[in-house]
Write a protein that binds this ligand. Structure first.
Ligand SMILES: [Mg+2]
Length: 486
């Protein structure tokens, strides 16, 4: 059984992973492949800002905003809400819309019935008219369905099928959505990658074909599925990108390797990378998404990384959003004393507690690295650009225990990433507030890793941090990994 923090971290990775894949693929959609690594440089069909996501994530968020309210996605009420959200999105906000989706959403307005009946009717009519409705537009928005009912395999499959059918009547579009949503559910609840897990949930007539298609794509070159506007080849390209870059070591780096491979598949790069990103995010969690991507990623409807995490975690919790992280307004507790202590090796890093967030102006910092859960109004800190305030999810439930890997599956990766965020900000000439909740545990550990990364000997780094911050937890697994690596 996964712990609550593992589940939350992995669920939080679903939308974040998808959005990052989308924004990474946007510049290369129907265009030349990246030279070297793909970067979120914007452009594409929007054209988009650097780091901005496209219709794939936008439509997923339409579904997510319904799921996060706890509405059952198989119920008429849930499907009506999704249908209304799609129509409203196309009317205002949509930056690019797939051909098939546009046709169905436009035709639906002339039909009668409830909102979801109008869409399903238009979708069925298009299929009857053309027989060509297996585009990848349903698959690309199905990830969130995988965490809307994590304990109910049948409901997940039914929801994936129903949400797909709103615009894509071809059974292959529904099947691909069922397979991907089930894979997301399995990744979040069991921490493994298994696209075949949903094979007995697809239409019986197609089960054998899907088994062959998955097998064909496993560990294959994603470029072999370049013609990926079709839902089958889009799924194959995404699965090939994931499986061909899996070294089987459980490393968080797989997420980045998989997304780079997805973009190199070519053609519908943002969609393939969005699909791949949702499953990689579900497997490795939000903590595996590197800082440079989390800083950049944003898009309709005015969301950034924290909002994606909030929606995903609320969806996982069945819509119970009130009063707990990440849906609370603020996590600041003014009973916690401020610190504001200069880092002993680099005084332009200010070590603090969560209460220091309220005095970024007087501390004269231009960037913030937060190591504890924040509320909706806490990020970005007052006067701070959203790109200059980064959150890290380092769990300190049992970081003092030497044997427990569970709460922080990629502790070394996260410490590295937090330290590199500090170096990025310093290279931009910014003074940085580095804070946890009390500044006693996570803050000194990241401060230590930063010092070591600057070339200070671990022993000297440890003693100077201990001296600067008396009364900290300068022991245990977090501290040891910060000093010496995993
Ligand atoms: Mg797109």
């Amino acid at each position: 059984m996964p712990t609550r923090s593992e589940l939350v971290n992995r669920a939080a990775g679903v939308l974040l992973g998808e959005a990052c894949g989308d924004a990474l693929g946007v510049p290369y959609e129907m265009a030349a492949p990246p030279v070297g690594e793909a970067v979120m440089k914007g452009g594409g069909l929007g054209p988009y800002d650097p780091g901005e996501w496209s219709d794939d994530t936008q439509m997923t968020l339409c579904v997510a905003q319904v799921a996060a309210r706890g509405l059952d996605l198989t119920s008429p009420r849930g499907l009506d809400a999704v249908a209304e959200a799609f129509v409203a999105w196309m009317g205002g906000g949509a930056t690019d819309v797939g051909t098939q989706t546009r046709t169905v959403l436009s035709d639906a307005s002339a039909r009668s019935g409830s909102p979801h009946q109008r869409l399903t009717g238009a979708s069925d009519a298009l299929h009857a008219r053309t027989g060509l409705t297996a585009g990848n537009g349903a698959l690309m928005r199905t990830s969130i369905v995988g965490i809307a009912a994590v304990d109910d395999r049948q409901n997940t499959a039914e929801a994936a099928r129903a949400v797909a059918r709103l615009t894509h009547a071809d059974p292959l579009a529904a099947d691909s959505s069922v397979l991907w949503s089930e894979a997301i559910r399995v990744a979040v609840t069991q921490g493994r990658l298994d696209l075949a897990a949903g094979l007995n949930l697809v239409s019986t007539t197609n089960e054998g074909r899907w088994r062959d298609w998955i097998e064909e794509a496993t560990a294959a070159d994603p470029g072999a599925f370049r013609d990926n506007g079709f839902t089958v080849t889009a799924l194959q390209a995404a699965w090939a990108a994931i499986t061909s870059t899996d070294r089987g070591d459980g490393s968080a780096m797989h997420l980045q390797r998989g997304l780079q491979a997805a973009v190199r598949a070519g053609h519908d790069t943002d969609t393939v990378a969005a699909i791949a990103g949702s499953l990689l995010g579900a497997r490795y969690g939000s903590s595996a998404v590197p800082t440079q991507w989390r800083r950049m990623v944003h898009g309709w409807p005015g969301f950034r990384a924290h909002d994606l995490v909030e929606l995903a975690v609320s969806t996982l919790g069945g819509g119970r959003r009130v009063g707990s992280w990440p849906s609370v307004e603020t996590m600041v507790d003014l009973g916690i004393p401020t610190l504001g202590i200069p880092h002993p090796i680099d005084p332009d890093i200010v070590l603090g507690s969560i209460s220091d967030l309220h005095r970024v102006a007087s501390l004269d910092v231009q960037a913030v690295v937060s190591l504890c859960p924040l509320g909706l109004t806490d990020i970005p800190a007052a006067g701070m650009s959203p790109r200059d305030h980064i959150e890290f999810w380092i769990n300190d439930d049992s970081t003092d225990s030497t044997d427990s890997e569970a709460p922080n599956p990629h502790l070394d990766f996260v410490l590295d990433d937090a330290s590199s965020a500090l170096r990025q900000f310093r290279a931009e000439g910014k003074r940085v507030l580095l804070h946890g909740r009390r500044g006693e545990h996570r803050t000194p550990a990241v401060a230590l890793r930063y010092a070591v990364d600057l070339g200070v000997a671990p022993e000297l780094a440890q003693s100077s941090i201990r001296e600067a911050l008396p009364g900290i937890w300068a022991e245990g697994r977090l501290w040891e990994v910060a000093a010496h690596g995993a």
